[in-house]
Design a protein around this ligand. Structure first.
Ligand code: DX5
Ligand code: ZN
Length: 217
């Protein structure tokens, strides 16, 4: 079995004890963390910005993937890079010039990613593979943690994985991944799953992490 990489979404962590909530997943084996930035405009919810990410950067060596759910993402790239993002992901639906944005991020030594909503034409992403490090397939409509997995997105996972096999592009899946859905997601061949409520919602986070990695249902 291919090694499963889980990137916990800190959106479901307890922000009054973020340090402990990061440590518990890192002790379990995590080396990648997912940071959900929402602007109350591109999505109907508001979370945190570069100020918080800068502080998170100080307490972890994990790879930080920053998922920008914001309008006009290019206006803010510098701030999120300076805050310490290792991968910077903008939305296919929000960018005004995808090639420009991917190049801008890569030229600054940061991995560039595109996130795509469940109802967007995912086949279009194959036009951008040249400067692309990461594809984040949304398996819910972005905005909130704890939503139900949209089954039809399994087709986009399989398609995008099959068609990027000869590249180094990582494919991540974000939204509704939990103990009941994780096996079907990995069966498509994708590389990374984002898990928020399905991990931080557990009483025993370490045990849940191991269940997700080794024996999803
Ligand atoms: C949704 C966010 C996700 C979300 C994942 O807008 O991008 O990262 O927090 O949370 P769960 O795993 O609870 O669906
Ligand atoms: Zn996300």
């Amino acid at each position: 079995m291919k090694k499963r990489i889980i990137s916990p979404s800190l959106l479901s962590a307890n922000f009054t004890r973020l340090k402990e909530d990061i440590k518990v997943v890192e002790d379990a084996g995590v080396s990648r963390l997912h940071l959900d930035v929402m602007d109350g405009h591109f999505v109907p919810n508001l979370t945190f910005g570069p100020f918080i990410i800068k502080d998170i950067r100080k307490i972890t060596k994990s790879h930080l993937e920053t998922h920008l759910m914001i309008t006009n993402p290019h206006k803010y790239f510098d701030e999120y890079i300076k805050a310490g993002s290792d991968t910077l992901i903008f939305h296919y639906e929000a960018s005004t010039d995808i090639n420009r944005d991917l190049k801008y991020i890569q030229e600054r030594g940061v991995k560039a990613g595109i996130a795509i909503n469940p109802d967007s034409d995912y086949k279009q992403l194959l036009n951008y593979t040249e400067n692309l490090d990461y594809i984040l397939i949304m398996s819910v409509f972005p905005g909130f943690g704890g939503q139900s997995f949209i089954e039809s997105t399994l087709d986009s996972m399989k398609f995008l994985k099959d068609n990027t096999k000869d590249s180094d592009i990582l494919i991540g899946v974000d939204g509704g991944v939990n103990i009941n859905t994780i096996d079907r997601v990995y069966e498509t061949g994708i590389d990374v799953t984002i898990v928020g409520s399905g991990l931080y919602g557990a009483n025993n986070i370490n045990k849940r992490y191991n269940d997700l990695i080794f024996n999803g249902k």
